[in-house]
Ligand binder design. Structure first.
Ligand SMILES: [Fe+2]
Ligand SMILES: [Fe+2]
Length: 221
């Protein structure tokens, strides 16, 4: 039998709307100015990571990365606040309903390093079907890393009252200290539990992000 599912996915990828069209879709769905700016910054940052990753001979689909980065937070338009990691799975459903490629949907779906068990415990409105929602493909990993490193370098630490961490001098400290406040707030909100910096969610994030530090350059921001 012809593998029509893959063929149709390839066609959908060729049909991908332009950046301008994707940004106007986000506006039309009511995404606020700050999130809209964030989405475009993540897309620019992700494309810079792509250039570095490609120097290592790794093949990356730039169109999927750009669309995935622009749309990664699309689910937030239906959430009440930023501390709702389920915006990832809701966003993926919106992307699928818009008829966009599955590989773009997966970039949104996997951009929060949440396990299936956490999604279940936190009563996600859509329970992931897969065993894990950690990013798998290089495109998914780049979108997730871009979102995270913008947070480390620009958005997060100062919001939490810390001095900016030197990502290149002490990547471990920068990643853990930046990721921990977010994870702690999410856990507190979801199950009213305090977590420590040794929690598996922090470890999971660190393992995912540490390999990307070499691809992040100070002039990316
Ligand atoms: Fe997000
Ligand atoms: Fe984001």
């Amino acid at each position: 039998m012809v593998d029509y599912v893959n063929e149709l996915e390839e066609i959908k990828e060729e049909w991908l709307p332009s950046r301008k069209q994707l940004v106007s879709t986000l506006k039309r769905l009511g995404m606020g100015t700050r999130k809209l700016e964030h989405s475009q910054e993540v897309a620019d940052f992700a494309l810079k990571i792509v250039q570095e990753v490609e120097k290592d001979g790794i093949k990356v689909n730039k169109k999927i990365v750009e669309a995935g980065a622009l749309l990664h937070d699309i689910g937030i338009v239906y959430m009440l606040d930023d501390l709702s990691p389920e915006h990832s799975v809701i966003g993926a459903e919106i992307i699928r309903k818009l008829g966009l490629p599955e590989r773009v949907a997966r970039c949104a779906e996997t951009h929060e390093p949440i396990t299936w068990q956490e999604a279940k415990d936190w009563k996600y409105p859509i329970l992931p079907l897969k065993e894990t929602y950690m990013p798998q493909s290089i495109e998914e990993k780049i979108v997730t890393a871009a979102d995270f490193f913008i947070y480390v370098l620009k958005e997060g630490p100062e919001d939490f009252g810390y001095e900016r961490f030197n990502l290149w001098k002490d990547p471990k400290k920068a990643i853990i200290e930046s990721f921990y406040p977010y994870c702690r707030e999410v856990y507190k909100k979801k199950i009213g539990k305090e977590i420590t910096k040794n929690h598996s969610m922090i470890k999971r994030g660190y393992e995912l992000f540490e390999g990307f530090v070499k691809y992040i350059k100070p002039d990316f921001i």
